[in-house]
Ligand binder design. Structure first.
Ligand code: SF4
Ligand code: SF4
Length: 98
């Protein structure tokens, strides 16, 4: 269950709505939907949100940047450990500069 202080904020004045819907389409949990009557993206299933940020990134990548998840702390990207031929895992090494 999500912390109640976390909320999805959409700037509806800047959202291009039905011409886009990237946030809706990118959500793996059907948290968002397009409300035909209100003509805006709405949060319909907030408790299913897994904070994957796909929605926020989809809006930003498209240049609209009018969608934000507030109150959530993003986890830093962690590179996966490399599995070597002996089956062991070790830290990923930085690329060699020439
Ligand atoms: S991705 Fe952004 S611009 Fe597109 S529908 Fe969602 S909130 Fe609106
Ligand atoms: S953070 Fe992930 S699960 Fe939550 S609304 Fe966005 S896309 Fe859906």
């Amino acid at each position: 269950m999500l912390d109640q202080e976390i909320k999805i904020v959409i700037d509806h004045k800047r959202c291009i709505g039905a011409r886009c819907l990237n946030c809706v389409d990118s959500c793996p949990r059907e948290v968002l939907d397009w409300d035909k009557e209100q003509k805006k993206v709405v949060v319909v299933n907030f408790q299913e949100c897994i904070l994957c940020f796909a929605c926020e990134e989809a809006c930003r990548e498209d240049g609209n940047n009018c969608y934000k998840i507030e109150g959530a702390i993003r986890k830093e990207f962690q590179p996966a450990p490399r599995i070597d031929m002996w089956g062991g895992a070790r830290e990923v090494e930085p690329p060699i500069s020439v």
